[in-house]
Design a protein around this ligand. Sequence first.
Ligand code: ADP
Ligand code: MG
Length: 275
Amino acid sequence: MTLPSQPALGASVSIRDVSKSYVAGRPVLRGLSLEIAAGECVALLGASGSGKSTLMRLLPGFMAADAGSGPIAIGGAPIQSDGKVVSEVRVRRAEIGCIFQQFNLVGQLDVLTNVLIGLLARVPTWRSAFRRFSDQEVEVARDALAAVGLADFADRRASTLSGGQQQRVAIARCLVQQARVILADEPIASLDPESARNVMEILARIHREHGVTVVVSLHQVAYARRYCQRVVALRNGDVVHDGRANDLSAATLRDLYGTAVDELLAAPEDFAPIP
Ligand SMILES: Nc1ncnc2c1ncn2[C@@H]1O[C@H](COP(=O)(O)OP(=O)(O)O)[C@@H](O)[C@H]1O
Ligand SMILES: [Mg+2]
């Protein structure tokens, strides 16, 4: 068993009329709808507080939307609807790889084990507790580490890796999980520009080579434009732009974001300036 050489088919993501309030009567998302086709790479752009993480938590059913909200489905299968997460959500999540800003690895465990954890998404909980991994599975995990340029790091404790390396381990885990959708919530927000580019390039490559659907939230427009074909821009929980990344000019952004635009335009010097 090696990494699937045939492109795994990405799964679609569908959100219909979804609202979310943390405080009653003060919705953070208001009737948001979004259709993402299988195999798309979509940047979710928005200043801090615009609702990116809220949406990223709703998609895998980590939390429920408000009652009255429409369905959220991944690959056509429901995750939640009307404020209730479906009971078989764990099965659904096997197809969803999640990457977070704060490197969600188990720091005390070695890198290889952190990647192998991706396999546990596909076995029942009662079996995963005392799971031994087969030689074949270990080989798959090593291949995944090689694919993200970390072949030599398998035995290192995860906590000793740099932030960029930890994010690459998280991507390797999505690979062994054979995720059909990767949800990455500000995966580069805590990284230096070089590591950030490296992580985005690997995400983009996985998307290209495996056909995985990628939804990545970013708060810098330069990365969104460079790595994603489609940009969905949120402002105060509303979709204010949904289209080709190249159509987002600095003027459009100023229009959409007003004074909050500086945060979105900040970019490393070696990125092409935004016209
Ligand atoms: N757990 C929470 N409890 C109360 N308010 C929250 C919580 N999480 C987020 N919010 C609020 O919801 C809004 C959107 O936040 P968030 O989804 O984290 O945006 P982003 O990820 O784009 O920065 C913000 O106003 C934030 O303060
Ligand atoms: Mg956030």
